[in-house]
Design a protein around this ligand. Structure first.
Ligand code: ZN
Length: 338
């Protein structure tokens, strides 16, 4: 009789537990969906604090530029080739590069506030660069081509959403650079993905991309953490992934958190999945904090940030359980006196 596979990958919310685990390689990802906001800054802060506490540990800090933004209808805009203009200089750069630049800046600020240098232990890169490693691309392709793991991944990601999708990969149209938000067909023999362009302004209909061509398709953010488990040159396996508070929120039919669903995918990719730390969810009143919400404390305002950093670290250190915690930004503002 087949043994039921044990689900591994501890999930916890207590900051001090990171020190007890003594991770060697931690990882964290940020989507390039706009300027670095306070939520991502908070997750970064917790990662850098953990680095300062666990001597010798390293951090993979990745900008998830193979992710995409859902536009109206069935068209998605890949971050991979999206650019942003600098108002002062007039130059444009990729949103992924811009976020790398902002993270560099934020790391310096946090280092000053923590009184510790950790930059030399951080590998800061765009995920599209990491994904160019053939071992990484092949592992992803292998999981997609294998019907069993594909089904598991599909189930973990699209739980309770009507299952319009099958494969959580989104080929980028070679003509217009947009991406279809509906499922591509997997062509096993040629290791290709086939889909059609839904951009009304584009003349391309059906197109195919190779699964082994990094940058030819977007990756649903639920499966990109597979990178933590892939053994390849210059990219050893991670043993701890640090997520923001939204990964502790339950959803879907089975009322699982994002962290629990990602753990299913981790288990598909590895026998030694990383542990998962979930930071606090920052809300504004009862609302989820989003990138577009005006946030009182500018993360570049170092004087206020000093207070913010102390407040967050005190709060997260007081979380004893494995239950995700919430922190209301209005209360933070009150405490900071802004
Ligand atoms: Zn197109």
């Amino acid at each position: 009789m087949a043994q039921k596979k044990e689900i591994k990958g501890e999930i916890f919310c207590n900051l001090e537990h990171i020190v007890q685990l003594e991770p060697k390689r931690m990882s964290m990802g940020v989507r390039p969906s706009g300027n670095l906001h306070l939520g991502s800054f908070t997750t970064l802060l917790l990662s850098l604090y953990a680095l300062s506490q666990v001597k010798g540990a390293t951090l993979d800090l990745e900008v998830m530029d193979l992710d995409f933004d859902l536009q109206r209808g069935r068209v998605a805009k890949p971050y991979y080739n999206e650019t942003i203009g600098d108002e002062k200089t007039g130059e444009t750069r990729l949103v992924g590069d811009e976020l790398v630049r902002q993270l560099e800046e934020a790391i310096k600020v946090v280092e000053r506030l923590l009184g510790e240098t950790v930059r030399d232990r951080i590998d800061l890169r765009k995920f599209s660069e990491v994904y160019r490693n053939p071992a990484m691309t092949e592992t992803f392709a292998h999981l997609i081509l294998n019907p069993l793991s594909r089904a598991q991944i599909k189930h973990a990601i699209f739980d309770g959403k009507g299952n319009r999708f099958d494969v959580p990969l989104y080929p980028i149209c070679p003509d217009c650079g947009m991406s279809g938000a509906t499922q591509p067909r997997v062509i096993i023999e040629t290791k290709e993905l086939e889909t059609r362009c839904f951009n009304p302004d584009c003349s391309t209909d059906v197109y195919r991309v190779s699964l082994l061509d990094p940058g030819a398709y977007n990756i649903h953010y639920f499966i990109d953490p597979i990178r933590d488990s892939v053994k390849c040159k210059n990219h050893p396996v991670s043993d701890l992934h640090i997520f923001g508070g939204d990964y502790g929120i339950q959803g879907g039919q089975k009322k699982l958190t994002k962290a629990e669903r990602i753990r299913v995918i981790y288990n598909q990719a590895s026998n030694t999945p990383p542990a998962i730390f979930i930071g606090p969810e920052i809300t504004i009143g009862q609302l989820k904090m989003s990138k577009s919400t005006g946030i009182g404390v500018d993360w570049k305002n170092v004087a206020l940030l000093r207070e913010y950093v102390d407040l967050i670290l005190t709060f997260v250190s007081s979380v004893e359980s494995d239950q995700p915690s919430r922190l209301d930004y209005l209360k933070i503002q009150e405490r900071l006196g802004v």
